[in-house]
Design a protein around this ligand. Structure first.
Ligand code: PCA
Length: 325
């Protein structure tokens, strides 16, 4: 153990010492396509760091899960196989309930509310990441989540037995509670899953349906605004600690810009992609009152379940958020 610690420290010092002299190349795995707004935002962040860190760190993005698949990115950065990466944080709710704070159904359904929720939750999520050897840099929300189907759906009864692509604990739970059959699929494999019938429906943003041209397989998108999940960008903690202050400052400044720019991109992309789904031939509409009511009942149960699992920290976040309402 002592030997390992010494080694880790030695390499951390080596990283720090090498930084001013020669650009260190940091690979940044991303799960989503290069044209997705999160990936474009990350590429701009990478350029910002490369240009403003005075040659200390060069960040190279790898979109579409090409370096590590979505599900492996977090572990890769924790273990130092990659030094920085972006991940849909709610996909890791099984590790800690706080990672699912952005997926409590119908708690924060607009950008404004979602940002307030994240103001309360972000610092606690950052603490959990820190304990996992990850330094939190910035995060950006996806547009509100709605339901995709290959047939009209009027109520939960119509959903029974449908194969439903999930991307997190909450999406799988929602499938179970509506009588659908959850199957976990990364977004990079979504088109294939729909083409082969592995999945017939899913919950996501207009952005993801648009990015994956799902009108080739599906016919209906129902806006329900269930929640806005977030992609989080984190750095391997040892690599972060080894940076000199000037490089940390440069990265923090680029991260602050990326947070704002990403939020704006997300908002701008919302209507644009819903229009795109329509142009692709899909019916895009608000879910029926019956369906909304049924989903809200399911959401209430899921909220209780989440609060129970997340304990005091979870309760404090939700209370702090509710106090802003
Ligand atoms: N798109 C991502 C996560 C949330 C979203 O809108 C996906 O479907 O994987």
């Amino acid at each position: 153990m002592k030997h390992l610690t010494t080694l880790a420290t030695a390499s951390a010092i080596a990283i720090g010492a090498a930084a001013p002299a020669m650009a260190e190349k940091w690979d940044m795995p991303l799960a989503y396509a290069a044209t997705n707004f999160h990936s474009e935002n990350a590429a701009e962040f990478a350029t910002c760091v490369t240009e403003s860190s005075d040659g200390a760190v060069e960040i190279v993005t790898h979109p579409s899960g090409s370096l590590f698949g979505g599900n492996d990115i977090k572990r890769a950065v924790q273990s130092g196989q990659a030094l920085i990466g972006e991940r849909l944080i709610s996909a890791h709710q099984n590790e800690n309930p706080l990672f699912g704070v952005d997926s409590i159904p119908f708690l924060a359904t607009s950008y404004e509310d979602h940002e307030k929720l994240w103001e309360a939750a972000g610092p606690k999520v950052a603490e959990v990441l820190e304990a996992q050897n990850l330094h939190y840099l910035y995060s950006v929300p996806w547009p509100p989540q709605g339901l995709y189907f290959n047939q009209p759906i009027e109520s939960v009864d119509d959903m029974k037995g449908i194969k439903f692509r999930s991307y997190s604990t909450a999406t799988a739970r929602m499938a179970e509670m509506t009588g659908m059959l959850p199957v976990q699929v990364e977004e990079a494999e979504l088109s294939q899953a729909l083409a082969t019938g592995v999945a017939e429906a899913f919950i996501s943003s207009g952005a993801t349906g648009y990015d994956r041209k799902v009108w080739e397989h599906l016919s209906h998108f129902y806006e329900v605004d269930a929640w806005l999940p977030r992609n989080v960008v984190f750095v391997n903690k040892e690599a972060w600690d080894a940076l000199d202050d000037a490089t940390k400052d440069a990265m923090n400044d680029c991260a602050a810009e990326a947070k704002e720019r990403g939020l704006q991109k997300s908002m701008d992309y919302t209507q644009f992609t819903l229009d795109g789904l329509k142009e692709g031939g899909m019916e895009v509409a608000r879910a029926s009152d019956t369906l909304v009511k049924e989903l809200e009942e399911i959401g209430a149960v899921m909220t209780e379940e989440w609060l129970e699992s997340a304990g005091e920290d979870g309760e404090a976040i939700v209370e702090e958020f509710r106090a802003t309402q």
